[in-house]
Design a protein around this ligand. Structure first.
Ligand code: TYD
Length: 133
């Protein structure tokens, strides 16, 4: 079964608000090359449907919640992301689908590589084939 690995960031509570920070090769288990966000999401949508050859990511829900299906080609597991300081680690060669976006959900993804379409595997059969090779 794919392991559900959480990356927890410290929240610094202050009378006037909360601060949370992420550091590459420290609280985030790889050097950070890219950050991207998803928002204004259709709650009925399902997204993702791909794996990455090398990319590693940590997915945070900064507001609201969503579910992520992780599939290592053998088994699938579902994770609920509902704490803003607890990110889901998505390792290389893991098929992912994201769904059940709450209203106004804001997702931040921290990634180990720049955007590279060649790193994507968008066909599930090809994903299984690469794992078998
Ligand atoms: P995609 O990864 O297919 O989104 P999802 O898996 O959430 O459905 O990306 C959607 C579009 O955004 C695609 O045209 C590529 C572009 N994109 C970038 O330009 N930079 C990025 O860092 C990412 C993740 C996507």
């Amino acid at each position: 079964m794919p392991r559900i690995e959480w990356v927890e960031l410290n929240e610094f509570q202050h009378a006037t608000g909360i601060l949370m920070a992420a550091e590459g090769a420290d609280s985030i288990p790889f050097e950070i090359k890219r950050v991207y966000c998803l928002y204004d999401l259709d709650p009925t949508a399902r997204r993702g449907f791909h794996a990455h050859r090398e990319l590693e990511q940590v997915l945070f829900c900064l507001h609201g919640s969503c579910r992520v299906l992780l599939d290592d080609g053998f088994e699938k597991v579902e994770a609920l992301i509902d704490r803003r300081n607890r990110g889901l680690m998505i390792s290389r060669m893991t098929w992912r689908e994201m769904f059940d976006f709450s209203d106004g959900c804001v997702i931040m993804v921290i990634a180990s590589m720049h955007y590279d379409e060649a790193d994507y595997i968008r066909d599930y059969d090809e994903f299984l084939q690469i794992l078998a090779d």
